[in-house]
Design a protein around this ligand. Structure first.
Ligand code: FES
Ligand code: FE
Length: 453
């Protein structure tokens, strides 16, 4: 099947279908690597992970072994973890602090700026040996925005800032919201897990509001039980507009140029800064104090968007920015094989947060989104069932048309169509011309939610 035939997209008729070979084909898997992952901006790390000179994190980004490191000169760099002599890894640990690295193979030594600082038995190389030419190499493009570092293996790619500009408004809301609490830092430690499914089904799942009541009934029951135990009047398990057909109308899904997309919904129980009725009085007071600081600093409208709205953003192709109740996390989804994904996930927390709010974040993160939580294993089961279902090759198409004929809500599928349209455009070699939104076709509408509705 030719790439051009993989998607049927007829907005006027409300028809959107994806051919299931896109989830199983080895040939398409290789094409994705070459045509998408070698040209798009890919997240590497956050500046708070490498605060001290010599601090580093080892990362794998689109199969390339990388070191994300702050040099003794204070500069953050991304280096290939591949000795310029004959290729061995120079960095052996996932994280640490070092003045440099010594290659295990022939003991060449590199400092924490990536410079070749020492060669064992250098005499053997003669007088013209150019050490500077053998410094550790960096990916062709390394750029950062609001503390987030990205690489691009295509030297001709548009700038990171331009690439993410369609969703910058939303990124800034979350990034600014921690300004009154000392800014965000990544919490030490990485959640890692694998799922036997195609990477694109986890992208879809990560911003799919439709599956919440069915797949996550266990978690919803758990929240209900907690609210009843706390004698909450009129319990609302999700504490958000994601509860019934009338409140869901106030939520929205969005899609932008470059294939980014996600959803937005109003919610209580946001540590910054919209308290849950479940929280003790003292905690609620602290959250409202933070909210009033946000209002003083950013004005009422912007502060309300920051604090009352949960935001999920997928930066195409594989980076999830999830500012939800109660936590804020980054998730990356790495294709390993057509039917295997590696997931890596980090939590972010404000530097100066009251302990009980920090604890609430951790509780949410472990109880819901962590690999052993009440949500992720259920999602993994649903995804693996889909992947097994794709073996029924005669059932050729998946339907992703939900919400195509109305202003999209968070339980619609606009954000997924946006992803697929961009995916398709890259495979066809025309990534700048994907239209992403069914209705406004990427006309650049504001991504804010109407808080008066
Ligand atoms: Fe690193 Fe030889 S491969 S010193
Ligand atoms: Fe889920």
């Amino acid at each position: 099947m030719q790439p051009s035939e993989l998607i049927i997209d007829r907005p006027d008729e409300g028809v959107f279908r994806v051919h299931r070979s896109s989830m199983t084909s080895h040939d398409l898997f290789e094409q994705e690597r070459a045509k998408i992952f070698d040209h798009c901006w890919l997240y590497v790390g956050h500046e708070s992970e490498v605060q001290k000179p010599g601090e580093y994190r080892r990362r794998t980004v689109a199969d390339r072994p990388l070191i994300f490191i702050r040099g003794s000169d204070g500069q953050i760099r991304v280096l290939y973890n591949s000795c310029t002599h004959r290729g061995a890894s120079v960095c052996q640990q996932d994280e640490g602090q070092a003045t440099g690295f010594t290659c295990i193979y022939h003991a060449w030594r590199f400092n924490n700026k990536g410079e070749l600082a020492g060669v064992s038995d250098q005499e053997g190389y003669g007088d013209n040996f150019n050490k500077a030419a053998l410094n550790l190499k960096s990916p062709p493009r390394v750029e950062h925005y609001r503390g987030m570092y990205f690489v691009n293996y295509d030297s001709g790619a548009e700038s990171l800032e331009s690439y993410i500009s369609p969703v910058r408004e939303l990124i800034d809301l979350t990034m600014d919201s921690a300004e009154v609490l000392g800014g965000w830092r990544i919490l030490s430690g990485t959640a890692k897990y694998s799922i036997k499914a195609n990477w694109k089904i986890l992208i879809e799942n990560s911003y799919d509001g439709y599956h919440l009541p069915s797949v996550h009934q266990t978690y919803i029951d758990y929240l209900m039980w907690r609210q009843k135990k706390a004698s909450v009047q009129n319990p609302n398990p999700t504490g958000s507009d994601a509860r019934d057909s009338s409140s869901l109308k106030r939520t929205r899904a969005y899609a932008t140029k470059n294939g980014h997309g996600g959803f937005l919904y109003r919610a209580e129980g946001r540590a910054i800064a919209n308290p849950s009725p479940l929280w003790p009085e003292e905690t609620r007071r602290e959250v409202l104090r933070v909210k009033s600081e946000l209002i003083a600093k950013f004005g009422e409208q912007r502060a309300r968007q920051m604090s009352e709205v949960s935001r999920t953003i997928c930066i195409f192709p594989n980076f999830l920015f999830q500012d939800s109740q109660t936590g804020f996390r980054f998730r990356q989804i790495w294709p390993v094989a057509p039917d295997m994904i590696d997931v890596v996930q980090w939590d972010l927390v404000p530097r100066n947060e009251q302990q009980d709010l920090f604890d609430a974040r951790m509780e949410y993160s472990l109880a819901f989104l962590g690999p052993g939580g009440l949500a992720t294993p259920d999602d993994a089961e649903a995804l693996e069932q889909c992947q097994r279902g794709f073996a029924a090759r005669e059932v050729e198409w998946s339907d992703i048309s939900r919400g195509m004929k109305r202003p999209a809500q968070m339980n619609d599928e606009l954000q997924m169509r946006s992803f697929w349209r961009q995916w398709h455009a890259w495979l066809k070699g025309d990534p700048k011309n994907a239209f992403t939104d069914d209705i406004d076709r990427g006309a650049g509408n504001s991504l804010l939610i109407n808080l008066e509705a």
